[in-house]
Design a protein around this ligand. Structure first.
Ligand SMILES: Cc1ncc(COP(=O)(O)O)c(C=O)c1O
Length: 385
């Protein structure tokens, strides 16, 4: 919202995200250029797939162009199609629903938990029909979805599980790494993620045939024997050697990055502790401690104020910020065709109206966090109760 090109060049502007690229990134990128390996055929791709999947605790990793395409591939690889239903949260990015819609399946939504902001797992079972084929969980902002109830439901009804781990690289649920729960788990390496390749993503699975299918999907369904003969419509989702080089350098520092994210979150917690009228992110649950992918705030209902005024004000003060997700059931692209008509998900609707997040990229300094908090506290003092 606030980090326009003009602002990014301003000295005092604090962007909503700034990556840390001070490890082996330059060295590995230079290797790409020096060797001429810049396409997806280069050696860094396989190396990154191997190292990343190992770090995440999965057998296979298939590197792709972004987190959205990883989800598209997951839906295709599980054979989801017309007549099938997939349950997912309404409070998420549009990426989660695209291929479900495009393939002719029916997206079935659930609301969020008002405290963790994740999908309310208590609502899932009542949405199951005989057409339900899969559940898609999406870990949001810093805490994972409560996975035990989801796993039980999947087992009970024999459902497939897609786990969107875009925002949760390095997080655990009851000490088990996020990214290990799905029949297919997906990851994003966009520049605001815990590790980045600029744009990029990964599909994770333990199933060899799913892995092989995802490699075919990623590569236009080319066949080995009759290369230019195609039996299905595929995608070009190939990650380049350049992206993988970046990813490998970033992966080397994942533990450090996770620690820094938690440090950023705790610093904000400490400085905003006395700010009234606002819900800070939950520090921990009985299954995880917050990893603060982003530092989100929700303005309490008692304040007659939504997040947009505050974000405008932050922007005027050279501070980058973002609103929370706009719920899927309210997206004009769906409402105009009558999809989700008469459905309401009050928690997600409130989260969009009242939620926003502060600069929380890995490159942020303590001085910048202090400045953000000082300005935010000042802005809140001007709000009439
Ligand atoms: C939960 C979630 N899923 C998927 C994506 C899509 O990833 P990408 O931007 O790499 O396509 C994002 C992006 O931020 C995300 O937050």
């Amino acid at each position: 919202m606030c980090d326009t090109k003009e602002k990014l060049t301003m000295k005092n502007f604090i962007p909503v995200n700034q990556p840390l690229l001070s490890g082996n990134e330059k060295k590995y990128l230079a290797e790409c250029v020096d060797s001429g390996w810049i396409s997806s055929e280069g050696p860094f791709v396989k190396k990154f797939e191997k190292e990343f999947s190992k770090r995440m605790g999965r057998k296979y990793g298939i590197a792709v162009t972004n987190g959205t395409s990883a989800i598209d591939a997951a839906v295709e690889a599980l054979g989801i199609g017309p007549g099938d239903e997939v349950i997912l949260p309404t409070f998420t990015i549009i990426s989660c629903i695209l291929q479900i819609k495009r393939c002719g399946a029916k997206p079935v939504l659930v609301d969020s938990d008002p405290i963790t902001w994740n999908m309310d797992t208590k609502q899932i079972e009542s949405k199951i029909t005989e057409k339900t084929k899969a559940i898609m969980v999406v870990h949001i902002y810093g805490l994972p979805v409560d996975m035990d109830p989801v796993l039980n439901i999947c087992k009970k009804y024999k459902l497939r599980l897609i786990e969107d781990t875009a925002e949760m690289i390095g997080q655990t649920y009851k000490n088990r790494p996020c990214g290990t729960f799905g029949d297919i788990s997906t990851v994003s390496f966009y520049s605001n993620k815990h590790i980045t390749t600029g744009e990029g993503g990964m599909i994770l699975t333990d199933d060899e045939s799913i892995a092989e299918h995802c490699r075919e999907i990623r590569n236009l369904y080319f066949q080995e024997k009759k290369r230019f003969v195609h039996h299905r419509l595929g995608w070009n989702m190939r990650m380049t050697n350049i992206q993988a080089a970046l990813g490998l350098a970033q992966l080397e520092r994942l533990d450090e990055f996770v620690k820094k994210k938690r440090w950023i979150g705790n610093k904000y917690n400490e400085l905003l502790n006395n700010l009234s009228g606002v819900q800070l992110p939950l520090k921990k649950t009985n299954y995880a401690s917050n990893i603060y992918w982003v530092y989100g705030l929700v303005i309490e209902k008692s304040l007659n104020q939504d997040s947009f005024e505050i974000m405008k004000n932050l922007s005027k003060n050279n501070i980058g910020c973002r609103s929370f997700f706009y719920p899927l059931h309210q997206q004009p692209v769906f409402t105009k065709e009558g999809l989700f008509k008469e459905e309401s998900y009050p928690v997600a609707e409130q989260l969009y109206k009242k939620g926003f997040y502060l600069p929380s990229g890995l490159g942020i300094t303590e001085k910048q966090i202090i400045k953000v908090c000082e300005i935010l506290i000042k802005i809140f003092k001007t709000i009439e109760v």
